[in-house]
Design a protein around this ligand. Structure first.
Ligand SMILES: [Zn+2]
Length: 468
């Protein structure tokens, strides 16, 4: 039994601050002892044993306490919408969604027919997630089955809980990126049987969006999802006005964009709809009724000029919808969840909402877990939960250190951190109790499966040199 003990301050959410008084939604301990064993959190208590520098495990072994002063332990961040193949094309200039797909995305994704390329990008992608404190993500691969293997293989080495799948597209993309309804079904099924529930990996059936799949393909995706309870479904919804008009033209018989998916059996628990910027009351009510979740991707929505997500309407107490936060790399501009929360706050301001630090950090942790129906194992720092944690440095830059000196309470500190912070604020990331990323180590990344094995990192090899 491997026991690990950490001392720091802790914040964790146990209720949804959109639905209860935010002051009652979280637990904060200014000086806490977090004990983990065999990948789970065993206890989270006030650190009261003045001066103790070790705990004793069940068989009497003395386990040293790792102390993180001026830091805050939080559940590992959850990214509900991200495209790993687009890591190589973040910051592609000047287009809205449909032009951006044709000009940049569909070019980049063709390279993933080459497994060694997919391996290389997976390595960079997982490291960037961990450097950002993100321990779980819902990930789009490409149409190539090899791209899914590459991502899950690397995730398995870090023991991260990833939800991912092969993109389904049988029209309106270059030939090299198209499958067919039947081939997409067969390949997804084989990948699902190989990866879903293997270690911590979970499979997600992934039609890219309504315009790139025929009725047949959407129906086949719905059938596959229904045949495999517990698997996920992710796609894009109502992101951009040009896209919405196109979907309306392609599916004139459907009452809305969301109705296209609902009709194909693609709404329900474990359905994750990316963006959902242009939604009306009927759409939100459908998401609430079916238990479907939305992934709010503020940096992407601003970057592509898509629009402003209606958080207040989505989370209406009479019919709340499950909402998580997504980076949407590579239309999104940062892996950092702190940066994403910063932009979510601004989107909320523009949309006449008010996203407090409690709301924001809930969305990035427990809210994401609820969106993914994993709230019983992820998203909280509490006994019995998976030991996926991020240790945030509360003074990562001279400016933040200075600014923190003028704060009164933890929510003020969190708000400063999400406004000014980025990956420099991530001191360490624990996955199932193992510090797979530690910014202070010479070699910051370490695979979980073999804790002694160093993972190639930019410090020694630089990203372009990561072997395939
Ligand atoms: Zn996306």
């Amino acid at each position: 039994m491997t026991v690990t003990a950490l001392r720091s301050s802790v914040i964790t959410f146990h209720q949804d601050p959109f639905l209860v008084d935010p002051a009652n939604s979280y637990r904060y301990l200014e000086d806490a002892l977090v004990v983990m064993a065999d990948g789970k959190i065993v206890s989270v208590d006030p650190y009261s044993d003045a001066g103790a520098d070790a705990v004793v495990d069940a068989v009497g072994t003395r386990v040293p306490i790792t102390h993180y002063p001026d830091s805050l332990i939080c559940a590992g961040f959850i990214d509900c919408h991200v495209h790993y193949p687009q890591t190589q094309m973040i910051g592609a200039f000047g287009e809205q969604l449909l032009e951006w797909l044709n000009k940049y995305t569909f070019i980049a994704e063709q390279q993933f027919a080459d497994k060694s390329h997919a391996d290389r990008v997976s390595r960079v992608f997982l490291r960037e997630l961990l450097r950002a404190g993100t321990t779980t993500a819902a990930v789009y691969c490409t149409v190539h089955p090899e791209s899914v293997d590459a991502l899950f293989e690397e995730s398995e080495r870090f023991n991260t809980r990833m939800i991912a799948g092969k993109v389904l597209m049988d029209r309106h993309a270059p030939d090299a990126l198209l499958d067919t309804a039947e081939r997409g079904y067969d390949e997804s099924k084989a990948l699902l049987e190989k990866w879903h529930g293997r270690g911590r990996q979970l499979y997600c059936i992934t039609p890219r969006f309504a315009a790139s799949s025929t009725d047949d393909q959407l129906a086949a995706a719905g059938r596959l999802w229904k045949e495999h309870p517990g698997t996920y479904m992710q796609t894009h919804l109502a992101e951009n006005t040009g896209e919405i008009e196109w979907v309306r033209d392609l599916f004139p018989q459907r009452s809305s964009y969301l109705d296209v998916y609902d009709h194909a059996g693609l709404t329900g628990p474990r359905a994750i709809f990316g963006h959902a910027v242009h939604m009306d009351e009927v759409d939100f009510a459908c998401c609430h009724r079916t238990g479907s979740a939305l992934a709010h991707c503020p940096t992407s929505n601003l970057f592509l000029g898509s629009g402003l997500f209606k958080m207040t309407q989505a989370k209406q107490t009479a019919r709340p919808v499950r909402v998580g936060i997504g980076s949407d790399i590579g239309a999104g501009t940062s892996f950092s969840t702190l940066h994403t929360l910063n932009e979510a706050y601004k989107v909320s301001q523009m949309a006449h909402g008010r996203l407090t630090a409690a709301h924001a950090f809930y969305l990035a942790t427990r809210g994401g877990a609820e969106a993914l129906y994993l709230q019983d194992s992820l998203g909280s720092v509490a006994p019995g939960y998976d030991a996926d944690l991020v240790v945030l440095d509360l003074a990562p830059t001279p400016l933040i250190a200075f600014r923190m000196g003028f704060t009164q309470d933890i929510l003020e500190k969190l708000f400063v951190l999400m406004t000014l912070g980025d990956d420099r604020a991530v001191r360490a990331t624990y996955v199932a109790g193992v510090p797979v990323y530690d910014s202070a180590r010479d070699e910051p990344f370490r695979y979980a499966a073999e804790p002694s094995a160093l993972a190639p990192s930019p410090q020694t090899e630089r990203y372009p040199g990561i072997p395939g």
